[in-house]
Design a protein around this ligand. Sequence first.
Ligand code: SAH
Length: 367
Amino acid sequence: MTPLGRIIAARIAAAGPIGLADYMAESLLHPEHGYYTTRDPLGAAGDFTTAPEISQMFGEMIGLCLAQSWVDQGSPAPFTLAELGPGRGTLMADIARTIRAVPGMAEAARIRLVEASPTLRARQAESLAGDAPQWRDRVEDLPDAPLFLVANEFFDALPIRQFERHEDGWAERQIAVDGDQLAFGLARPARIGALDHRLSDTEPGEIVEVCPALPAIAGEIAMRIADRGGMALVIDYGGWRSRGDTFQALKGHAPVDPLAEPGLADLTAHVDFEALSTAFTEAGAAATGMTPQGVFLERLGITQRAQALARKLAGGALDSHIAAHRRLTHPEEMGQLFKAIACHPVGGPVPPGLDEVPCHDDGHSHP
Ligand code: SAH
């Protein structure tokens, strides 16, 4: 067992099995041994790669989307330019560079980064050295000002709970100790009011996932946008309404057993875009439809941008540029699994690239 595995096992031995959310929170953000606390997990030498690390074009398209939305709302100044879980700071650096082309926008932007990991805060400080970023622990700590926010692969890192459908109730999936290993178990089935509406669209044996922190975080953002203007763009893998077990661990770019090495592997789950949309609208803002990443980037002009950049490239650099464009947009790569959704003021202009009307049919393959 890893050092963190031993800590978790001791806790289970003392107080009984824990839910997946507790396990995920400890594994990712334990102050001493947490996965994000102790490392920069991104890139070829790390465990996974994200869209902004694949190509500058991703951040450029998001910068354009934020810029158009800022102009459409009357260019409010000053405003908060925020990111949740900025990783290496690459996405925000690409956004900051892109918005310099828009008169007044960079000068009006106050960059605020919500980041839990001290290691990654240091990395972000390097990437954004010229942009005077400030860090915040939580969304609640963002300034009271118009808010333009982006979150790429942030919500998938939030702890989830899993429930297995039984005849007329739900058994929570738990983590127990079996010999000298962590192992999955099930709590006794119970009726769970918050899942009553899922009794009609699931069969016994199926798993549904709930992200307890999502409504508060998305709701807090939406409340500020409804009140002060702005928009929030969330991009992640997932679909409309959680269905099936999507809890997964990645290490060295390959799937691993999520219980084998807590603290040493990335843990994620698919994001439920229906839950995001509900949190946005319940807080008094509007939600766009959920839009596949490939469609979203194409509408913002990624192919024209790719062609312009290609003119300056040759040989291996050109090949990898073409591969990066394909990876971001093609339905068999990130184009369909990843989705975008935005939150904006009710009755205001819909941010560019996103479907206006909620679309529930996501072509999302449920395991
Ligand atoms: N958005 C980046 C990185 C994604 S990895 C990119 O696209 O490359 C997830 C990021 O979220 C990391 O920066 C991680 O440290 C941060 N994170 C995870 N859980 C968090 C939490 N509860 N609060 C704040 N940041 C968190």
